[in-house]
Design a protein around this ligand. Structure first.
Ligand SMILES: [Zn+2]
Length: 248
């Protein structure tokens, strides 16, 4: 039997020392948005983000593993493990207002919804346009959602030149034209991922498009549908080197 006192102890793996946790906003459903940043004043090389789509929880788990493996004193990147806690809790792509946050950023390509994407877990051979049945709103206007506003303010405040945004399941890296070549190539080589300048489809008003519009670079890093041990084996070495600032 567990003593009541034991319940006050942290459960599971703790994150490595040297990280400072800050609240940078609240979700539509009033869940705190949290960023982990090295507890020192050195300039950051970038911001790693995950779980913008709540149906991609493996990205949160990869971000969490990084926080466990890399001490804050050795890190040069800030990490947001969950951009969309409402969606993560509900298991949905969208936030609590039904908005796909990755269609809500204030770029010239923003438009009123709906937006359609493939349902989570769809077989690769069924990824044909008529099967885009996952319906999202794009928001009442550009940056209508609190998560979007908070993330924009965070990127501006941290003043990071580069964002790496984790997604699933396309198994590729999508880069903005201003992304650093050597870093992008090293990250791709580490996980044997192809690099694309565009992937077609309907990607209006996305986070990476907004980053580019404000003069920052972005990589959309899409992992495959796979079990966590395989994902960790393939993707953590490169992502860890990234967070440690070893890729340049
Ligand atoms: Zn996604």
């Amino acid at each position: 039997m567990t003593a009541v006192g034991d319940l006050a102890q942290p459960l599971g793996h703790e994150i490595a020392p040297g990280w400072r946790v800050e609240r940078y906003g609240r979700s539509r459903d009033d869940v705190p948005l949290r960023v982990f940043r090295p507890d020192d004043d050195r300039p950051l090389q970038g911001l790693l983000t995950a779980a913008q789509h709540g149906e991609e929880p493996e990205t949160l788990l990869l971000a969490r593993r990084l926080l466990e493996r890399v001490p804050g004193a050795d890190a040069r990147w800030a990490i947001v493990p969950v951009l969309n806690p409402d969606g993560l809790l509900a298991g949905t792509r969208q936030n609590a207002a039904g908005v796909d946050l990755n269609r809500n950023f204030p770029t010239p390509s923003w438009g009123p919804g709906p937006s359609f994407t493939f349902p989570p877990g769809i077989a690769p051979e069924d990824r044909h346009r008529p099967n885009r049945r996952n319906r999202s709103a794009t928001g009442k206007g550009p940056a209508s959602e609190p998560e979007t506003q908070a993330l924009m303010a965070l990127v501006t405040r941290l003043d990071v030149p580069l964002v790496v945004d984790l997604h699933a399941p396309l198994e590729l890296i999508l880069r903005t034209p201003n992304a650093p070549d050597a870093l992008c190539a090293a990250l791709a080589r580490s996980a044997s991922l192809p690099v694309h300048d565009e992937i077609g489809g309907e990607r209006r008003a996305s986070f990476d498009a907004w980053c580019l519009s404000v003069g920052r670079a972005a990589l959309v890093y899409e992992v495959e549908h796979a079990g966590l041990p395989e994902l960790c084996r393939r993707h953590l070495p490169g992502l860890e080197a990234l967070v440690r600032g070893e890729l340049g």
